[in-house]
Structures are given as C-alpha cells and as structure tokens.
Design a protein. Sequence first.
Lengths: 260, 260, 260, 260, 260
Amino acid sequence: MDIATLIGFVGGVAMILIGVFSSGGSVAGIFDVASVFVTVGGSYASLFICAPMNQAIGIFRIIGRCFKRYNFGEKDTVQLMVSLSERARREGILALEDMLGDLNDPFLKEGLSMMVDGHDGAQIRAILENEMAQAEARHMEWANVLIQWAGYAPGFGMMGTVIGLIGMLRNLEDKSRLGPNMAVALITTLYGSFLANWLLGPLANKLLWQNNREMNAKQMVLEGVLSIQTGDNPRVLATKLLTYLDPKTRAAISKDVLKD
Amino acid sequence: MDIATLIGFVGGVAMILIGVFSSGGSVAGIFDVASVFVTVGGSYASLFICAPMNQAIGIFRIIGRCFKRYNFGEKDTVQLMVSLSERARREGILALEDMLGDLNDPFLKEGLSMMVDGHDGAQIRAILENEMAQAEARHMEWANVLIQWAGYAPGFGMMGTVIGLIGMLRNLEDKSRLGPNMAVALITTLYGSFLANWLLGPLANKLLWQNNREMNAKQMVLEGVLSIQTGDNPRVLATKLLTYLDPKTRAAISKDVLKD
Amino acid sequence: MDIATLIGFVGGVAMILIGVFSSGGSVAGIFDVASVFVTVGGSYASLFICAPMNQAIGIFRIIGRCFKRYNFGEKDTVQLMVSLSERARREGILALEDMLGDLNDPFLKEGLSMMVDGHDGAQIRAILENEMAQAEARHMEWANVLIQWAGYAPGFGMMGTVIGLIGMLRNLEDKSRLGPNMAVALITTLYGSFLANWLLGPLANKLLWQNNREMNAKQMVLEGVLSIQTGDNPRVLATKLLTYLDPKTRAAISKDVLKD
Amino acid sequence: MDIATLIGFVGGVAMILIGVFSSGGSVAGIFDVASVFVTVGGSYASLFICAPMNQAIGIFRIIGRCFKRYNFGEKDTVQLMVSLSERARREGILALEDMLGDLNDPFLKEGLSMMVDGHDGAQIRAILENEMAQAEARHMEWANVLIQWAGYAPGFGMMGTVIGLIGMLRNLEDKSRLGPNMAVALITTLYGSFLANWLLGPLANKLLWQNNREMNAKQMVLEGVLSIQTGDNPRVLATKLLTYLDPKTRAAISKDVLKD
Amino acid sequence: MDIATLIGFVGGVAMILIGVFSSGGSVAGIFDVASVFVTVGGSYASLFICAPMNQAIGIFRIIGRCFKRYNFGEKDTVQLMVSLSERARREGILALEDMLGDLNDPFLKEGLSMMVDGHDGAQIRAILENEMAQAEARHMEWANVLIQWAGYAPGFGMMGTVIGLIGMLRNLEDKSRLGPNMAVALITTLYGSFLANWLLGPLANKLLWQNNREMNAKQMVLEGVLSIQTGDNPRVLATKLLTYLDPKTRAAISKDVLKD
C-alpha cells in the first residue's frame, strides 16, 4: 500500500470539507449527481476519443497501481549483482545458469540467460535497452491518458457551469431560485478543478515517478549484466552500481559491497 | 470501426445533455445557428490561414480515420518475420522474391525487394528510416491541424460571447430580453469549449497514438528485414522482435516463435 | 496567390459578422478607433521591444508571404536530380557545369558548383547543411515575431477592457451611459482575441509549414547532389528521393523515374 | 544564509500588506484559518498523491536549503586543480594519494582515488558522469515537487472561492452578510496565487539555479581530474577550467593560475 | 542606442494613454502608488527568491543592455577571417601573432593565440565551444530572470485586485465609494498585464535574440580559426563563412571575399 497516495486522497477531501463547513455549507450543498455526470462522465467520455478502448477502460486499474507500494529494490540490486559477479569470476559465467530459477526479476533473468546463451554484449545491450524503451513508452501512454483527463476535466466543469447559467438566464422569473440555481451551476466548476488538481494531475505525476525509479533500477541491472559479461572485478561493478544510489542508501551498503 | 471513438463521441454529447436537462433547460435552449457559425465556422476559417488548402479541407477525412479501427499487426509481424527468416536461412535470400507478391504491407515489401536487389544494409536502413520519418512528419502535420483547431475554438467561443455582450449592453432598455440575450451570448463559449475538450483535442491525441503504434510496427519490420539480411538465427530475430510487444502479447506467442 | 490564406482571412471576418448581426448588433457597434490603437498598436509596439527594428517593421512583408503560393517543387526535384544523375554517369561530373546556367534553384546550383569545383562530399554536406540551418533559423525568427505578437495581443485587449472599466467605474453617475461604456470597453477584448486566434497565431503556423516544406525540398537536393557525387546508380538515387514524397505524388512519378 | 531568499520572502509579504492597508483593509481582513486549510492544506495533500512519502514530507527541508548560501567554489576549484596538476607532474599521480585526506569535496575525492587506483580515463568519466546525472535527477525531482505544488495551489484557491460562492448563493436572505461572505470566499484565491507566485514557483527556480551551479562546478572537477590523468600541462588545464568561469572571476585569477 | 526598444517603450505607453483618454479617463485615474508597490514591488521581491542576489539586483543593468545597439559584426568577421587566412597562407601561422594586439574581439584573440601556441584543433574547438556554451548559459540565466518576472507580474496584479475587492466587500455601506474603490482595485491588474506584455516578456525575447546573433558570430569565428589552422584555401574559408550570413549581406560582400 502506498500510504502517501492514500493520505493525499483523504487529505484533499478533508481540506475541501473544511472549506465547505467553514463557509456554512454542507456536503449535500456541494453534491449534485448531474454535475458528476457532466464533469466526470463528460471528461471520461473524451478519453474514449483520445485513447484506444483498452486504455480508456484500463485507466482505473492503472490508478489502482498508484495506491500500491513498489519496491524497486535498488539496494538489493547492487548486492545481488555483486554476488552474481563474484560467482561468475569464481566459477565462470555458465555457473550462473543454475541461479536463473531463483531470480524474481524477469529483466535480470532475460539479461543473464542471453549472456549464458553466448550473445555478445552489444546484442544484449540492444535488446535490454529496447525492453526498457518499450516499457517506458507504455508507461508514458498511461500517464498521458491521465494527463489528458486532467486537461479535459476543468473544461467540462466550465461547460457545466455555462449550461447552468444558460438555463438560469432563460428563466429569470422566479427570483428566489436564482441563488440556488447559480450555486448548482458552480458545482461542476468545483468538480472539474478538484478532479484535475487533487486527483488526475498528481496521479499522472506519480506514474512518471514510478517509471523513473523503475528505469533506474533496470539501468542498474543492465550495467551489471554487461559488467559481469566483460569480466569486471566485482569491486569495479560495485563502484559503478553504487553511483545509481542516493548518498544515504549508498553509505549504508558501500562497506558491504566494496569489501575486499 | 473504432468503437471507442464512437463511444466517446456519443457519450460526451449524452453527458452534456444530462447537464442541460438537469438544469431545467432543453436542447433548443442550447442550440443556436449563429453560434455554430461563429465558433465552428470561425475557428475552421483560421485553419485555412494556418495550413495549406489540402490540409484545411482534408481534415474531415482524417477525422474519419479516428473512427476506423486499424490493425497494426505487431503480433502477426513477429510471426511473419520469423517465417521469412527461416525460409531465407533454408533457401537463401533470393527465395524471398517469390513471396513478395503475397505480402500486403508495402513497407515490408519495399524492404525485402531492396534486400533481394542486393542493396547493402546501411542503404536499406537509411531508406526505410526516411520512409518512417516522412510518414511520421505527415501524421504530425495532420495532428497539428487538429491541435491548432482545438486551440482556436475556445477563442472564437469567447469572441462570440463578447460580441453578444456588446450587443446586449448597447441595448439595455428591454429588461425582459436581458436574460435570454445573455444566455444566447454564452452558447458560443459552450460550443468552443465542447469542441476543444470533447472532440478536437482528443482526436489529435488519437492520431498521435495511431502514429506511435504504426511507427512501432514499422520499426519491427525494419529490424526484422535487417536481421534477415545479416543472416541472424531466426531465434535471435524472434528474441529481438518480441521486445517490441507488450508482455501479454509476448507471452501469447513467445513459445511459438522461439520454438527450436 | 495562396487562396487558402485568403479564404481564412475573409471567412473569419464573415463568421464574426454573422455573430454581430445575429445578436442585433452592427459593424459600427463593434468598431472603435481607440480600441484599434490599444490592441493592435499596443501589441505592435511590444514587437519593437522584443525584436530588432528590421524584424518589427518587416513583419508585414512576411505576412504578405503567407498570401503567396510557393511551389516547393518536390516532384520536379526528383525528376531533375535523376536526369542530372544520368548525365553525370554518361558524361562525367564536369559535364554538369554547362547546365548550371539553366538552373533556377540557387541551393542546387551551389551544391553542383561545389561538386564541379572538386570539393569533397563531407565539405559539400557541411556547407549545404549550414545553409539549411541558417535559413531555418531565419524562418524561425520571423515565425517567433508573429508568435510573440499573437501572445501580446490578448493581453493588450484585456488591458483595454480594464482601462475602460476603470473609466466607467470612476464615473457611475450617468446610468444611461453604463451599458454603452461597458460595451466599448469589451471591444478591445474582442480585437485582441480575434487578432491572436484568427490572424497572428495561424499565420505563424503557416510560416512554420512553409519552412518544413522548404527544408524537405532542400534535403532532397542535398541528398541528390551527394548521391550524384558518390556516383550512385540513377535508379538508387530515385529510390532515395522518392521516399521524400507523399504516397500519391510518389505513385504518380515512380514509374517514370525508376525506368532504369 | 541566502540573504536574497530572505529579502524576497519578507519583501513579498510587505508589498501585499501595502496593498491591504492602502485599500483600507487590515491583516485580520485577509486572514482566515479555513482558507489556509483549503489552499495550503489542499494543495499540500495533492503532493502526497503526486510524489512518494519521503518527498512530500521532505519538501520543507528542501525549502530550507533555498535559505542557505552555498559556495560552489568555482574559483577555488580552478586553483586547487592547478596545484594538484602541478604536484602530479612533479611527483607522479600516486603522490596525490597523500592529499586525499585533506580534500573536502567528495566528488573530487572519488575522482582522484579512482585515478590513483589505476582506473582508466573512460571508466572514471563514465562513473563521474553517472554521479552527476543521478545528482541532477534527484535535484530535478525535488524541484518538480515544488513546481507541482505551485501548479495546484491556485487551483485549490479557486476551488475555495467557488465553495464560498456556493455557500453564499444558497443563503442569500441575509443581505448584510453578502459582502463579507464574498470577501472571505476571495481569500483563498489570494492565498493560492500568493503561494504560487511569491513562494513555490520562485523556490523551484532557485533549486534549478543551485543545480546548474553545482553541475558546473562538478563538470570542472571532472575535466580537471581527466586532464591530470592525461598528464596535461597545468597551463593547459588552467586554460580549460578558466572557460567555466564568468569573465569577472576569470580576470581575477587568470594571471595567478596561468603563471608559469 | 537600440532605437527599436525605445520606440516600443514609448509606443506602448502612448497606446495605453490613447485608451485611457478615449474612455474619458486621465493619467491620474490609472496611477496609484500602492498599486505600483503591489505589482512591480511584489513581483520584483519574488525575483530574490527565484534568483541569486547579484541577478535580482543586476537585472536592471541587463534591461539597460536591451536599449544598447550591438554590432555583432558578422559581415566584418568574414572579411577579417579571410584576410587572416590569406596572411597565414603567405607567411605562416606564426605571422598572426603580430596581429593579435590589433584585434578587438577577445573570443577571436583567444582562438588565434591558442593556435599560435600550437594547441591542436580538437583542443581549440573544445575550449572555444565551452566558452560559447558558458556565455550562452549566462545569457539564458538573465533571460530567465526576466521570463520569471513576466510570469509573476500578472499574478501580483490579480492579487492586488482581489485584495482591493476584499477591502471593498468588507465595507459596502458607502455606496458612492463602491465604483472608485473597484476602479482602484483594477489598476493592479492593468499594471501586472502591462508589465508582462509590454516590457518584461518582450525584453526577455530581445535578450534571446541578442544571444542568437552573438552565438552565430562566435560560431563564425570558431569555424574560421579552425579553417585557418587546417590550412584551408581562403576561398574555401570564405565559402564556409558566407553561409552564416543572410542572403542580402552575403550578396553584398561575396564578390569581394571570393576574389581568389
């Protein structure tokens, strides 16, 4: 569970409610079903025009990913690559074949098995880099769906308000209904802005952050595999991979992996 | 038929209508011919200034393409390239000449026939990459026309409202007409925003997505052709091309193409 | 004459007039000399701060270019380069010297005369690519002047309205003048938005499009000249250059130039 | 202490207060606790959705860094690298090992100790460049958190105002409360805009500036270390490094370091 | 004196005054000291947060540079480089040493003296290119300060108006003061927009233009120096450098420098 996303999710709603109550309003006063249809429904409809079916429908699954905590395992990766490197130096590259079954990371497994199969370094690099580029392109497409949604939501919010205003202006007789009608008209503007600033925009950003971390971890694996294949000293490999860690994590494990 | 585009097209209108009816309005209340001229007509006129004649007129044909379902055939491409590769290994590159007639993809045909004609790899790559760059540039020009249109529409919507306000303010005597006149003035703002957020912006995005998929498929063909020419093992070729597929599709065919 | 620019020019005005008449206004009602000064004059004054004198003054000449039809001659270029290539193969590169006088395109002439003078390929490429980069940079500077103008115009429109409102608010006694004064104040907003969305933004875009086409044509000439110098087969040269054409144009001439 | 940040911090508040007092208002009149919750709290909640926990919480520590004065020591770096270079020429590269303990800059120490350990130039460059790229990526992530915050704050400010308006419109009976209620509603717009334009946007920019300076200093160290390893003349090294300084600083030390 | 900047400076003010007088206002009516503090002062305070002290203070000196006319001397550069090249061919590279004292351009002097000192071409290129990159980075930092300022000014203008509205709404009793108070509140919006659209935005653009011209001139010097070092024929050097000039300037001097 990515607690941060949950905190933001609940916190944003709470802050809005503080605003509602302090201005003498109520939850009922800012809730309106038709406004949900116009703002959320309308901007979601636009996603079907801007993206393929599977992305427009699958976006909720991706939103769910923002609530999940991922361990990109940069620290573990350094330690694992160093131990693989030591073993390869001691027992030869083919000795790594036995370890393939124990590894969880499919990216690492792919790299090692190509190495064991005798592919040359340039080929391994090209294939793994294309894996990364394709994964990143897929992540970007998902983030783009959210970015598009965040862009359309305030537009539909504004349209809802304009529609409400038009309805109100065409029927000005009942003066007592003017205020409430105008109030309802404004609700879509609130929803559109809330959706964009509290949910969709930030979620897109979290996807981009997750992608950055994942690509960093994959890059470490890539450099590690190629370093093992070249027959680098495990200490050299550790030096290379440590540069991918932030200073604190690096300090925590550098003694360990730079031992000999 | 790209059902998603249709769903978005219909869904967006439906959501707006929910807003209209819930605010006590009617379809007639938000329909105004002059407003269509100002918003749709005005912003469309701008396209003739910003683009050449054939693009300003042809944009409707391109919009039609967003309602058509394309099969970029990434899965089939892997299987086809592997079988071409196997044949080339067995019977030599020239044996592929007989197959040229059966192929549908002009890009693949062009690559293979250059190979059969004896062009070297660098030349084939240069020509095919220029094909891709030119195709992408054409797609980008079309998407840009839609992006421009999406940018001008809200501006003309706002202009229409300002014009309506000016007309109204110059003639304030008939108080009973104030509300309805103001309502009509706002209709252009609604149209401009709807056009941009529901149609033109999302359509531009779908064109960009179609382009990405097409370029990905072409890149696979390009790598495949060059791999065949180099005489790569079909298994190596399959490994390379599989990296272009998303994990699910890849899992579905990897056993098949990585057989031997 | 670029008819498209003219259509857009006239069409945009027509659509705005439909809006004016349908809202019961008149041309006189949205025309105001002082508003022209504030909006057009004010934003044009900003151009003198943001650009050098010759660009601020010369921008009208550049706007004129958007009304002119250019033939970038991509189709003719292929045919010309192929015939030059055939002659060079038959009679040697020096034979092209006689043809220099008959050529209109200064870029092609420059490339061929360097070739005839015996410059090597890398040098010809470097010089022609710098020609292209410099031409593109000049085009971009002009487009940027229009983009800046399009950016400032709505700002001055808004300023004019604020100034009008300030004047009106300081003098609220004469109630009968309130409406008309407010109407006049809004005219600058209309002008600013119209200028940006109907004229300046689209014109900048047309300049960028003209630049793209011109650079594409120059790239074809560059590749053609280098191909002739390398002594490529005219058929190979034609294959290369055809990739620069859109599919329709290509189909129209490919039989002709690929005759071999 | 970065006095500039402090001046801006205090100055911005002072200018706003001038505005408040000159319009006959008071500090109490623009202070509202609920508005702080909606604007600051709401946009801060969004940060938990858009960034990982440690960034959302740690952003205050990073804001603190903008109040701290850093000495990126570009001038000292030139002099230090020249003296290291002279020593290396006189006594050999290994003589630098004794100096490692006296150096403060961990980046320089890392470079020199790799050199002393006998790593080759390409490897040292690759590792140091990755150090720089990773440091820059971390800085960019922090700046991005501020940029996101600056983007959400005006949105929440606007939402607060809409919420206030809705509350007010639903309860129009007490005419005497209309003005004050509207006034309170506007306070969130003020806060959101102030937060973005006075604090968060500018702070993000200062982080980017600090990053630029730091990267420039690191680049100097990198070039210096590689220059020492290549055995460049100290004068050549000084010539190279001086190009990284602005003209004034350069003039101040060039005689000194170009002595020989 | 850059007359264009002056024309724009005076012209923009004049156009605004036309707007003021035509709407029945007066200079006094749009002048308000507190509004200057809020808008100009407030946004200037933000510069101290977003930039280092010396940039926040020095920005006025840089603004002054936009009123100064620079001669980037592209035409003279061609002629000078050709004559240097001719001399180097006749009398050897060392003969250029005597001319160093007569040259004004420090960039050219640096390049030539490195050449005379016997540095190799790659080293000269690396050092001169770093000089250019560092100069450009400094120019960009200054332009960025103006761009930031232009971005904050309308924000502070809007804040001033909101503050004025809040003050007015809290004190609605004196109806006769409503109009004038509202008028004063709007003045900051006017100032903020004027500052951004008439002054700060355009000035940033002029700095960018000056930078482009300066970099173009430096690039010519760089290519010229390297061409002299390689021992190119002066005619070849002239051909190369002429491509950096616009067609008109080029036509004016090409006969002269291509004499051979």
